[in-house]
Design a protein around this ligand. Structure first.
Ligand code: PMP
Ligand code: GLN
Length: 385
């Protein structure tokens, strides 16, 4: 007879299973084309796989140093220098993490105390809010305009007060594909100047940016850089989301606090992969063509969808495309996404789950990090809806 009486009080009573798990397992169950969770359905580079094999065979199989191997940290600072002309110290300002998710969690854990307010913009990637709440922080959500997804900086000014501890931005933005402009960053600088508010800049789609847009990293703006945790993910850049390696760049004082948590959170991350990435990332062509690679996929997908009843504005970055279905059905986006998966055999993500009070704007998110053949098949289904 079991005797354990479960009196556990949930720390996150409102939090459901992540939409990515829900939709991917539904897609698998119903054998649907899975354009829901964001991951490529093509392989990462053979060269990179060989480099990991080589690292394993050459004995890189014990703990890596706690902040990550030095050669990878230095390759990252060299890349920042070459791309943006900014200099970070590899020893004291870069930490290799188990994906961007752990970096985000750790940055929040290291800084947010009970009662601290953290400003986030909705629709927001799903890992920010629970992490803030776990450490007693209060998420202050600003709902973005459902068409432009642009940030009204006057609204930001209005919610800032003495309890504001941090602002979280994400550019290119998941799920909308919107990118922040230089003007946005300058406005944010003007707001944060002379305050002690921290910035968490989620830049995991740094290299997946289209048309004439350029990535505005917080590192380029001194008032932002001095208070920013800049977070990136190799999973997006090198088509290996399952490897879960990312990093956090932050000034020395912030990195010091970050590592105090990181060392007890994971201590260090997969050693052979770090060794492989250190050498692979040193060749800029391994990431500089990513924008044009995904832009072609976006354009291909959208060219097929011209015949459909969905409405859309082309994504400016990330590997996601939003499709508005108000011409098709009055169903809620969640119900529609479930029905499309089960009946039409195509899975997507309903945007309401990322919005304040699950605001339903009749929009679904589709991931186009797929082979051209998959995109063609998916579009054929969508054109028949
Ligand atoms: N931030 C955003 C905006 C993301 O889209 C993702 C994952 N797709 C992450 C963070 C997490 O990245 P990782 O898989 O490296 O943990
Ligand atoms: N970031 C990916 C997305 O937006 C999913 C990552 C995950 O499954 N946690 O689809």
């Amino acid at each position: 007879m079991p005797t354990y009486k479960n009196s556990l009080k949930s720390k996150l009573p409102e939090v459901p299973t992540s939409i990515f798990s829900v939709m991917s397992s539904l897609a698998n169950e119903h054998k649907a084309i899975n354009l829901s969770q964001g991951f490529p359905n093509f392989e990462t580079s053979k060269e990179l796989i060989n480099l990991v094999n080589k690292a394993m065979l050459s004995g890189k199989n014990q703990y890596a140093p706690m902040p990550g191997i030095f050669s990878l940290r230095r390759a990252i600072t060299t890349k920042m220098e070459n791309l943006y002309g900014v200099s970070y110290h590899p020893e004291t300002e870069v930490t290799i993490t188990a994906g961007a998710t752990q970096a985000i969690f750790t940055a929040i854990a290291a800084t947010v105390n009970k009662g601290d307010e953290v400003i986030i913009f909705k629709p927001a990637y799903d890992c920010y809010e629970p992490a803030i709440q776990l450490f007693g922080g209060v998420p202050i959500a600003i709902q973005l305009d459902p068409e432009s997804f642009s940030i009204d900086w006057e609204e930001v000014k209005k919610v800032i007060n003495s309890k504001t501890k941090m602002i979280i931005i994400n550019t290119p933005h998941n799920p909308s594909g919107r990118v922040l402009s230089e003007k946005d960053m300058l406005q944010l600088e003007a707001i944060l100047k002379d305050t002690s508010i921290l910035l968490l800049s989620d830049e995991v789609y740094e290299h997946i940016i289209f048309d004439s847009e350029t990535h505005q990293t917080a590192a380029l703006y001194p008032v932002l850089a001095e208070r920013a945790f800049i977070i990136a993910s190799f999973g997006k850049t090198f088509h290996n989301t399952g490897w879960k390696i990312g990093y956090c760049i932050a000034p020395i004082a912030l990195t010091k606090e970050f590592r105090k948590i990181h060392q007890f959170n994971v201590f260090s991350v997969h050693h052979p992969t770090q060794a492989a990435l250190a050498s692979y990332i040193s060749e800029p062509e391994n990431y500089l063509n990513l924008g044009s690679f995904y832009q072609e996929k976006r354009d291909l997908f959208l060219s097929y969808l011209k015949e459909s009843r969905f409405k859309f504005t082309p994504s400016k970055g990330t590997y996601f495309q939003l499709l508005n279905f108000e011409n098709i059905t009055e169903e809620g986006d969640y119900d529609f996404a479930i029905r499309l998966t089960k009946e039409a055999k195509i899975a997507s993500v309903p945007i309401s789950v990322f919005n304040t009070n699950n605001l339903d704007t009749k929009v679904l998110r589709f991931c186009f990090a797929k082979t051209d053949e998959t995109l063609k098949q998916a579009a054929k289904i969508l054109c028949n809806i």
